[in-house]
Write a protein that binds this ligand. Structure first.
Ligand code: PEP
Length: 239
């Protein structure tokens, strides 16, 4: 049984005051006994304080990125051990904004994945194609390449301890979401690959302009185990 997971990626948004009001709004709306796991990923400077605000709530804390190196002269970077130390359980790796804007390639994403698991953090590996790749019929080859790049380094046992988020780049922050059928098609492909390797139970999230109005139809698909939510996670009611 795969427990649904709904993760909020705050990206580079928020302030101490805004975060406090967002978290308190969320905690007020959370219904005890609901079976989905909730995860919040604030920017680095707010991790500790958000962790304090979430204390005893059952909502998990995660980071948006991690350094592939364990420690040393890497100015501006944050290690997996530091994330663990401030209470993170999860970390995003390979988000398309990291890949596209900060030049993170498959090999580096795989190293970050390994670094995260080295500190018992659960990596949320993001994969997804650009619009050009989709229109060029390359969706399958792109997401397969992104997945295999990690599998080749970590092996399937490690992947079984991770979460994968399918996030078509053309749907992120654009308001243009994949249809439930488009999401399911890619999730089924990923599930098939994982099942063939003996890791059928990995949770597969969909991300890309998820909001209250489309979440139920997306999350209702058989291989969609929840979502990675960007913009809509900044509004407690919408999230
Ligand atoms: C994301 O940042 O992972 C994301 C899916 O963003 P949005 O929901 O805003 O498209």
């Amino acid at each position: 049984m795969r427990q649904p997971l709904v993760a909020g990626n705050w990206k580079m948004h928020g302030s101490r005051a805004e975060n406090a009001s967002l978290v308190s709004g969320l905690l007020d709306l959370l219904q005890p006994g609901k079976r989905a796991e909730i995860l919040l990923c604030p920017p680095f400077p707010y991790l500790m304080e958000t962790g304090r605000l979430l204390k005893d709530s059952g909502v998990a804390l995660g980071a948006q990125s991690v350094c592939a190196e364990s420690q040393g002269a890497f100015t501006g970077e944050v290690s997996a051990a530091m994330l663990k130390d401030v209470g993170c359980r999860y970390v995003l790796v390979g988000h398309s904004e990291r890949r596209q804007l900060f030049g993170e390639r498959d090999a580096l994403v795989a190293r970050k994945f390994v670094a995260a698991q080295g500190q018992a953090l659960v990596p949320v590996l993001c994969v997804g194609e650009t619009l050009e790749e989709r229109e060029g019929d390359q969706t399958t080859s792109v997401v397969s390449r992104q997945l295999e790049a990690v599998l080749a380094v970590t092996g399937v046992q490690a992947l079984a301890r991770a979460v994968i988020a399918y996030e078509p780049v053309w749907a992120i922050g654009t308001g243009r979401t994949a249809s439930p059928e488009q999401a399911q098609e890619v999730h089924a492909l990923l599930r098939g690959r994982l099942a063939a390797a003996g890791a059928a139970d990995v949770r597969l999230l969909y991300g890309g302009s998820v909001k209250a109005a489309n979440a139920a139809s997306l999350f209702g698909m058989p291989d969609v185990d929840g979502g990675l939510v960007g913009g809509a996670s900044l509004d407690a009611r919408e999230f």
